[in-house]
Design a protein around this ligand. Structure first.
Ligand SMILES: [Zn+2]
Length: 395
């Protein structure tokens, strides 16, 4: 909560003043995003992810942040930054700004997908998802310091190295930091070109179903074999029946492996399954059904591995309250800020799942995340920065 001193200063710097400030700083924000896009950082390339972590540590230290690298052997290092708040607000809980600097693009992508400005858009791998979000953090913190002399409250920034591959090395840290925070602001891209913030996200699960059958010569002994492929085909039909798009449940058998040669009855086959759910209850229901699949052919054995990775981010009262604050800030510059429920998961799912008020999709506005035409709309940057600065004060 902004204190008295903060409230007075906020009154001095009105939202229209702030919009002017960020419009004047727009090219600097674009320059920061370009710097980050130029440092390629695919999740599976530790060396380059560590390079962007070190680069960002220097950037945040220049603003007075205390940085700490969380080392990881299997993934890139994740970066935690802490800022003290106003000396008049020593007991105020911090707000957590959450993001990731890993991208889905293989090393060398910049050669074919350069970082460049065309028609008011900044293109490049990770420009939208989510290097613009990280740049917004830097510039919003810098602006708050300029307006208030110091940050109006403590701020923790946590930038993870492995969000695009399931956040295995960073999840526990994200959850520990969220637990001591008043709220979580996730700088993932906004939803659609209207720039809606995300107040609900589906949960995500990943499973593998393996079938072990009995091999036999397809010509000499076909009757002795029990085909793992045939069994898998029947199981896939059962799994597909779990789809309930109206209720927001989708189950996709996306990758199939099996067999060795056409003249052998297959001894092994497997399918990788992507699961999306809207509620925690659906998550446990789907999990139970997948684990209780029974073989059609008694000579075949089934094995299911995997599970729900991210529980859904549900639109709780805490989430709705944060959205209301965001709407109010937007309203002061005549901007109608929409909300959206989306299918993809983020680290915001973890923090919302713990019951910590979380608002997602506060980052850049654009299209083509994970695709060759990925871009952000440059003219949207000033009001995104304004919104983030306001949310840091009031979340
Ligand atoms: Zn992302």
């Amino acid at each position: 909560m902004p204190g008295k001193k903060t409230a007075e200063l906020t009154a001095v710097v009105t939202q229209p003043d702030r919009l002017r400030y960020f419009s004047e700083h727009r090219d600097r924000i674009v320059a920061t995003i370009s710097e980050l896009v130029e440092i390629e950082s695919p999740s599976d390339h530790k060396q380059s992810v560590d390079r962007i972590a070190a680069f960002l540590a220097l950037k945040f230290e220049a603003l007075g942040g205390r940085t700490h690298l969380h080392r990881s052997d299997d993934f890139g290092d994740s970066l935690q930054i802490e800022f003290s708040g106003s000396s008049t607000q020593p007991t105020c809980k911090p707000v957590l700004l959450l993001g990731h600097y890993d991208t889905v693009y293989p090393f060398g992508t910049l050669a074919n997908m350069p970082c460049e400005v065309r028609n008011g858009r900044l293109h490049g791998p990770g420009a939208l998802d989510m290097k613009s979000g990280i740049a917004l953090m830097l510039h919003a913190i810098e602006a708050l310091q300029a307006w208030h002399g110091e940050l109006p409250r403590p701020v923790i920034v946590f930038l993870v190295s492995d969000e695009e591959v399931g956040s295995r090395s960073s999840r526990r840290i994200t959850e520990a930091l969220a637990r001591k925070s008043a709220g979580v602001l996730v700088l993932e891209p906004a939803a659609g070109l209207r720039g809606a913030v995300k107040t609900a996200r589906k949960g995500v699960g990943e499973y593998t179903l393996r079938v072990r059958g009995v091999a036999a010569h397809a010509g000499l002994d076909p009757g002795k074999g029990h085909s793992a492929i045939l069994e898998l085909a029947r199981q896939i039909a059962v799994v597909a029946e779990l789809n309930n798009l109206q209720q927001g449940v989708s189950v996709n058998p996306g990758v199939v492996h099996g067999g060795t040669r056409t003249n052998v009855v297959a001894a092994e086959a497997s399918v990788g399954i992507d699961v999306r759910i809207k509620s925690a209850k659906q998550a446990s229901g789907i999990d139970r059904k997948l684990r209780s699949l029974k073989p059609f052919d008694k000579h075949c054995k089934l094995e299911i591995t995997g599970g729900i990775n991210r529980l859904p981010m549900e639109r709780t009262a805490g989430v709705a309250a944060l959205y209301k604050k965001a709407q109010k800030i937007a309203d002061e510059i005549g901007w109608t800020l929409d909300e959206a429920a989306v299918g993809g998961g983020s680290d915001g799912n973890f923090t919302a799942g713990m019951g910590i008020p979380t608002l997602d999709g506060l980052g850049g506005v654009g299209e083509g995340a994970h695709a060759t035409h990925e871009f952000i709309v440059i003219s949207e940057l000033p009001r995104r920065a304004l919104l983030l600065a306001g949310m840091i004060e009031s979340a």
